[in-house]
Design a protein around this ligand. Structure first.
Ligand code: NIG
Ligand code: FE
Length: 420
């Protein structure tokens, strides 16, 4: 069905088909008195309303008067860990008592403690949880997610996690870019032997992942106490040989070599980067790797230090912002919250955060050619927000401003009647 959104403050993010850096990282492509026409899942016209209304199909479908409000592409969340069972409330309480993430993990909490929740849950139950969580992402304006396995940590449970993501994707409610994160933590069966575990994942699990087309990317937690740069490199090279793109959890808690590794292997993203130095940033820039920043996890862990967004932007590295949605470090699916944290705590500008969560998020998720901007021929993933100034999106923290979410040209979520 055709859908026209008119009388809108449109942010198109149109521009060259590449991740934005430098001055382009502030260009939102603002059109006042704009309109967007969608048909058959794609954008067929976008621009000043006068122009869009001249399109022969402009009045043939549903018309939505946005009343001057902000209309922009759906967020593309390029870093999520949604396949888990229960929240980790015990870890949360312990942190409130002053224990650190590392201390809690060493005492039996952390990633490994989420393993039971996945191993003891069926594929069907995991899929139901994912559908429920995807609805939460959608209603906050996120229409595509990169989604990692990594809480199964054995062959069956990692495959089950990726198959559950495949069921979610097949349902079509949200675009899903699946990532195989087998080496997320060392499970109890391999305690003290991270290299053996990473090799097991590469030799026994990766071939099935590749053969069944269960993942588009592979990822590794390159970190002290998890996987070192050498075992990370061996795993990532095997994944690359199997046809997967690469991403790296890099320099989150300690400077561990993940950023240089991401650059060396020309990974799509290096994620976190809290401890990255200037040489790391220069290497990422040369490699064309996107810095995927997840400040929500610093916020939720109560850390005073934030990812060095300004230094990364100044180095000319394209920045994507993502939630890192997961039960340990960031139980938040609302990208608008992340925008607020990024402006207040990382000193990014209101334009920079929007570019980072849309067009750059799309490049960071491998969807740069089809998602993240409002341009003719692109996915009709369009969101109307209850504000007339786009700076409000990172200002009213704590409130979901999304009022209507179009996914593939269909209304996927709305809190208002759409008939004009
Ligand atoms: O991105 N750093 C590794 N992975 C997650 C944390 C996962 C967890 O604690 O469950 C992250 O922060
Ligand atoms: Fe993560």
């Amino acid at each position: 069905m055709k859908q026209l959104v008119t009388n809108a403050t449109v942010l198109t993010f149109s521009g060259p088909a590449e991740p934005r850096s430098g001055p382009a990282s502030r260009n939102v492509g603002l059109i006042r008195q704009g309109a967007v026409l969608m048909d058959e899942g794609k954008i067929v016209s976008v621009g000043p309303a006068d122009m869009v209304l001249k399109h022969p199909d402009a009045r043939k479908g549903r018309v939505h008067d946005a009343g001057g409000r902000v209309v922009m592409p759906g967020f593309v969340d390029a870093h999520t860990h949604p396949v888990f069972g229960a929240p980790r409330l015990k870890d949360f309480e312990l942190r409130a008592q002053g224990r650190t993430y590392q201390e809690i993990a060493a005492a039996g909490g952390g990633i490994v403690s989420s393993v039971h929740g996945v191993r003891g849950t069926t594929e069907k139950e995991l899929t139901a949880l994912l559908v429920e969580r995807a609805a939460r992402f959608l209603e906050c304006g996120t229409t595509a997610i990169e989604a990692k396995s990594g809480y199964g940590l054995d062959k069956d449970s990692e495959l089950k996690s990726l198959r559950a993501l495949k069921h979610l994707a097949a349902g079509g409610m949200i675009d899903v870019v699946p990532t195989f994160l087998g080496p997320h933590a060392v499970p109890p069966e391999y305690q003290g032997k991270p290299g053996d575990y990473a090799r097991f994942m590469a030799k026994e699990v990766l071939p099935v992942v590749a053969a069944e087309g269960l993942a588009r990317y592979a990822d590794v937690f390159c970190e002290r106490g998890y996987f070192g740069p050498i075992e990370s490199e061996d795993f990532l090279r095997a994944a690359q040989a199997a046809g997967l793109g690469l991403r790296v959890h890099a320099e989150q808690l300690t400077r561990s070599g993940g950023a240089q590794l991401a650059a060396k292997l020309k990974a799509c993203t290096a994620d976190h980067l809290d401890k990255a130095d200037d040489l790391d940033l220069a290497a990422l820039k040369d490699a064309g790797t996107v810095a995927c920043l997840v400040p929500g996890s610093n916020h939720f862990l109560g850390l005073s230090e934030m990812p060095p967004a300004r230094r990364i932007l100044d180095a000319g590295v394209p920045v994507a912002l993502a939630t890192d949605f997961n039960p340990g470090t960031c139980p938040c699916w609302n990208m608008q919250e992340i925008l607020a944290v990024a402006v207040t705590r990382m000193k990014m500008g209101p334009e920079e955060v929007l570019v980072s969560a849309t067009v750059n998020g799309a490049w960071a998720a491998g969807l740069g050619k089809t998602h993240g901007t409002l341009e003719v021929g692109r996915a009709a993933d369009v969101v109307v927000y209850d504000c007339t100034d786009y700076r409000e999106l990172s200002y009213w923290f704590g409130k979901n401003l999304a009022v209507t979410v179009f996914k593939g040209g269909k209304v996927a979520h709305s809190v208002e009647d759409l008939r004009a």
